[in-house]
Ligand binder design. Structure first.
Ligand code: HEC
Length: 385
């Protein structure tokens, strides 16, 4: 009797954790249906979406006055509304995000930056494969990126496969019907539709991340607003409970601990290399800033980053940004790269090894405290439209 009650309690905790996860993180794709091809298609009116946070990602240093002025003013976070429709073979995503002015470029223009939006999906998704690093994937976990740029000739679509900053491999986009980008002057929002091909073996819950660039702020390349991983549920597909459990880490009791205790621990241990809000003692660039890591990193990624950093390596955005001052300079006057500022090194077996030591000394409770604290670091407040 007691065992039955206990079991019952456990089942209901799992069920309520899953429910909370679906409520917060999952967009239900409606279908199968005839896919809408534009954001103005009336079919979208009957589909409810979800709003996700986009946080300014400023890890890439640019020599650019516009971008630096925006930075100085302290850009806020923004939001993207996401809806999804599905056919048997494709997902079509509807994206809507605020942008004060329309920046549309000619394809050959330089130093002018187009408003753009991108959707990223892991190349491999199955029980046991972790979520890739959000900033364009990593060496073990490639991501597929669909990027839509606003050009004077219309929406320009590119598709890439990426594994870490700067490792974009361009794929020729197939002729795609369901791709569109429209600016609404009255409401000052962009609306886009983009297609994500559905592999027949897909696990039914598809991880998707979003990025938006505001040309007026000088945003381009790694300089953008970025979401964490969220998920789109494919209609009529049974979900493997193990896949749900893996993605929903952070929603079960015990996954996240006490954020205040985690803060003390992080300030004691992590500040040697990382920046935390209001605490920046390490030389900039020594390690990625954790100031807004909670806004872009899934709890499972934070856990793996702490316990097994070499399995989830984030490649540095610009390995040449730091030089050995004082030389010796080469014949062109260039100073050697400062190796201390590389985030990972290639081991003899050709695998990358993180410069971050694996922290295996934490108890499960301490680890849960750290993850809870890092999840509170959700970047600057939302900007008023
Ligand atoms: C010796 C320097 C060092 C220390 C100490 C250190 N880290 Fe790191 N950390 C790094 C480097 C370098 C990277 C980037 C390479 C990688 O992904 O492993 C990194 C990456 C990370 C990432 C991934 C960030 C991202 O944006 O993807 C997280 C999360 C993280 N560290 C958390 C921690 C926490 C929490 C602590 C303290 C318990 C800590 N680190 C201590 C050097 C360090």
């Amino acid at each position: 009797m007691i065992r039955a009650l206990l079991l019952c309690g456990l089942v209901s905790t799992v069920a309520s954790a899953n429910e909370a996860f679906f409520k917060a993180e999952v967009v239900d794709a409606v279908g199968p249906m005839k896919l809408p091809t534009t954001p103005g298609d009336p079919a979208w009116k009957g589909i409810t979406g979800k709003t996700f946070r986009l946080t300014p990602q400023r890890s890439v240093h640019l020599h650019d006055k516009t971008a630096n002025d925006v930075l100085k003013a302290g850009p806020g976070s923004s939001e993207v509304l996401v809806k999804a429709a599905a056919s048997a073979s494709d997902l079509v995503l509807y994206l809507e995000w605020a942008d004060g002015a329309k920046e549309v470029v000619r394809e050959d223009e330089v130093n002018v930056f187009a408003d753009s939006v991108a959707v990223e999906v892991p190349e491999r998704m199955a029980v046991g494969t972790r979520l890739p690093a959000i900033s364009m994937g990593d060496a073990d976990q490639y991501v597929n990126v669909a990027l839509l740029r606003a050009t004077k000739a219309g929406a320009q679509l590119s598709r890439f496969s990426a594994a870490g900053f700067g490792s974009l491999t361009r794929q020729a986009p197939a002729a795609e019907a369901n791709t569109s980008l429209q600016y609404d002057e009255a409401q000052k929002v962009w609306r886009a539709v983009l297609t994500v091909a559905l592999d027949p073996g897909n696990p039914g819950l598809i991880p998707v991340a979003f990025a938006a660039w505001d040309g007026a702020r000088g945003e381009r390349a790694g300089y953008k607003r970025l979401s964490a991983w969220h998920f789109v549920r494919v209609p009529n597909k049974a979900l493997d409970p193990k896949w749900v459990e893996q993605l929903a880490f952070g929603y079960y009791p015990g996954d996240l601990g006490n954020a205040a205790a985690g803060k003390m621990l992080a300030e004691g241990v992590c500040l040697a290399c990382h920046h935390l809000p209001g605490k920046a003692f390490a030389p900039p660039g020594l390690a990625p800033s954790l100031e807004a890591v909670g806004a872009i990193a899934a709890p499972s990624y934070l856990r793996d980053s702490i316990t097994t950093p070499s399995k989830v390596i984030l490649h540095e955005p610009n390995p040449n940004q730091h030089h050995v001052t004082g030389g010796p300079a080469d014949k062109n006057g260039a100073l050697p790269n400062a190796d201390g500022f590389r985030w990972s090194v290639k081991g003899e077996d050709g695998k990358w090894v993180s410069k971050m030591p694996p922290f295996t000394q934490f108890t499960p409770a301490q680890l849960a405290d750290l993850i809870a604290f890092l999840k509170t670091l959700d970047g600057p407040p939302l900007e008023k439209p």
